[in-house]
Design a protein around this ligand. Sequence first.
Ligand code: ADP
Ligand code: MG
Length: 380
Amino acid sequence: VSASSAPVVGVVGGGQLARMLHQGAIGLGVRVVVLDPDPQCAAALAGAERFDGAWTSRDDLIAFASSGVDVVTFDHELSAPDDLQALEAVSPVPIRPAPATKLLGQDKLHQRRTLSAAGLPVPAHAPVSAAAEVEAFAATHGWPVVLKAIRGGYDGRGVWIVRDAAQAAEVLAFAPNLLVEELVDIDREIAVMVARRPSGQVRAWPAMRTTQVDGICTEVILTAPSPIEDAAAELTRGLAERIGLTGVMAVELFVTGDGKLVLNELACRPHNSGHVTMDSCVTDQFEQHLRAVLDLPLGDPAPIVDAAVMVNVLGGPHPWGAAGLGAALEVEDATVHLYGKEHRPNRKLGHVNAIGASVDEARERALRAAAALGSPRPDR
Ligand SMILES: Nc1ncnc2c1ncn2[C@@H]1O[C@H](COP(=O)(O)OP(=O)(O)O)[C@@H](O)[C@H]1O
Ligand SMILES: [Mg+2]
């Protein structure tokens, strides 16, 4: 049997998301090729083909798109928007999501402006480059305020809560062009994962409840339907249409103390908030992303379990070893997903999905398995 008729998805970057895209591709008979300079990248270690090159090189991006892949998509946000625009102009195959759409997840100022121009609820915000501008913003919106990197932030790196002008000046001294935002009174954080294929079909999973500790996502709960979560899913479906999304997108939202929805950020790719779909929904985010970028029929995002919780496995003080893995695998109804990455304290090394009759039961199982792998117990 020749593999030549199999669709080939090119993924820029070979991290854990590309690794799990490869995992999802196997059952579909799809080939995944990653653009990554590292032969030991997480996707290549799992058997994905690798095209040697750098996502920061315009030439390498163009060579990759011309190497026989059918579509180019992404593991991360790290390619420069200008390079992606240049790639799109000459690429023989579609770039999905399109660079102009992807930019919404790469540039938080552009994102805030686009979403607020569309009438969507976002925090009050302004670009700033001097403490006096932060002070002027705080005069209207109150201290503390949130300072954010416009580009390149993730896992809370690039987010600072500051209480006064002196603290703002300290941050601006090493990060001179930032976004300032009002500190939103957050009751809870949720995320909605949605998929759209180029020919127009849109499907969203139920909203996920997410927990961030020091800006890092530690825990995700598949929620039971409720009016505000359903409204968030509806808003996200509309947004996917408005921006012409192709592929999967994560939209992070705040539910405020007075019960309103505020959009936090979005990322046009599979996302940590969607890992829980792997063991709890008819179609998971990785298979759905492949279907979407290949313009194949989207799968059903409906849950197939009563409750599911994902807990990230962050590096503990020591690697877990065989005993740790064994203890994690003893936990009933928990599924371990490890990324093959080298151990480093606090690095995201994997995640555990657990199911149960209730959220509490599922969470207890997921936490127990993650703890067996040495992950510091999230302090909540
Ligand atoms: N305007 C805000 N008000 C209150 N908390 C915020 C605000 N912006 C961000 N946060 C907190 O910081 C976390 C990380 O911010 P986010 O913009 O999502 O950055 P990252 O790209 O690192 O995920 C959020 O999940 C939330 O807990
Ligand atoms: Mg975030």
